[in-house]
Design a protein around this ligand. Structure first.
Ligand SMILES: Nc1nc2c(ncn2[C@@H]2O[C@H](COP(=O)(O)OP(=O)(O)OP(=O)(O)O)[C@@H](O)[C@H]2O)c(=O)[nH]1
Ligand SMILES: [Mg+2]
Length: 297
């Protein structure tokens, strides 16, 4: 029989926004205890809004990890900005995250947008507290309170110990409401999507400069059996010259991508993984709206 939902149960949607590379996806993954959103040392890693559904006995928080705010240099960026803006519309609470470099131009623009457009409560998180001192902390905290945030917290998203306090801070701002999702759901995306993101993450980790940004991944076939998963995926690049770099000498790089991805997908599914990767070119795909649609952006 289904357990009764207590009257004081709280739930709501919480959008996590902020400039690229501050640790938004790292925080989401820590809270969920699962790698839902890919993380890399390079900015603009996240491209879609990724939902993480945190459920306990007392609350359900639907976190939305968003792409870092970006200059719209490519059609792809317009789609990323749309993903951020639509996450603001449905949110019951906004978490604005910054780091040890506040304020940058990006920070200022995001804060201005949030204060102008968002009426719901707003928490500011100063992340990466391993990289700043008390003086920076106090000064930044004051600036954020002055800007209009309802609460300012400092943390390191790499540190699990601070998470339960953070969850309480968030829940305090949420409305009383029954949960929106079944407690067993961690996200609303299929396993196939996470497999695709895991492959994309390896490319972010292995290459510098333009290759990560010029690449995207599509899953062409995904067969899940009781004890194994068979996947065929395409890695799309923008130019022929990039293909040689991605494949590497005698296929060494593509092999590394395949092996690391198989490991990641194994950790996700608990099943043996056989992955086939194909490298393809779609000239200037980031500028073409029909290509973006085809690639799921
Ligand atoms: N030193 C330190 N590094 C951190 C902390 N939190 C996250 N990082 C690192 O910061 C980098 C960026 O983290 P992400 O979680 O990908 O950042 P993001 O805000 O999601 O970035 P985008 O998706 O590009 O917008 C990674 O290398 C993380 O390991 C922290 O508390 N301290
Ligand atoms: Mg991210």
């Amino acid at each position: 029989m289904r357990k009764r939902i207590p009257d004081d149960f709280k739930s709501g949607f919480v959008a996590i926004i902020g400039k690229p590379n501050v640790g938004k996806s790292t925080l989401l993954n820590r809270i969920m205890g699962e790698k839902l959103s890919i993380v890399s040392p390079r900015p603009q890693t996240t491209r879609h809004s990724i939902k993480g559904i945190y459920t306990s006995e007392k609350e359900q928080i639907v976190f939305l990890d968003t792409p870092g705010f970006v200059e719209a240099r490519y059609e792809l960026h317009h789609n990323m900005i749309n993903a951020i803006e639509s996450s603001l519309i449905d949110a019951d609470l906004i978490i604005f995250m910054t780091d040890n470099h506040f304020p940058t131009d990006y920070d200022e623009r995001v804060v201005a947008i949030v204060m102008k457009r968002v009426k719901v409560p707003k928490i500011a998180v100063i992340n990466k507290d391993d990289l700043f001192d008390d003086e920076y902390k106090e000064a930044t905290k004051n600036k954020l309170l002055e800007a209009g945030f309802d609460r300012v917290v400092t943390m390191s998203a790499l540190n699990d110990e601070e998470l339960s306090d953070f969850i309480s801070d968030v829940t305090a701002f949420l409305p009383y409401s029954p949960p929106y999702y079944d407690k067993d759901n961690l996200s609303d995306m299929p396993v196939k999507f996470f497999a695709q993101e895991i492959i994309r993450e390896q490319i972010f980790h292995m290459f510098r400069e333009e290759i990560p940004y010029s690449s995207t991944v599509t899953i062409e076939s995904f067969k899940e059996f009781d004890n194994k998963v068979e996947i065929s995926a395409n890695i799309w690049l923008e130019r022929k010259s990039q293909k040689i770099i991605l494949i590497g000498e005698k296929g060494s790089k593509i092999k590394e991508i395949r092996q690391a991805s198989e490991k990641g997908i194994y950790e996700l599914t608990g099943k043996r993984v056989k992955l086939e990767l194909w490298v393809k070119i779609k000239q200037d795909w980031r500028k073409k709206s029909n290509a973006l649609k085809e690639f799921g952006y």
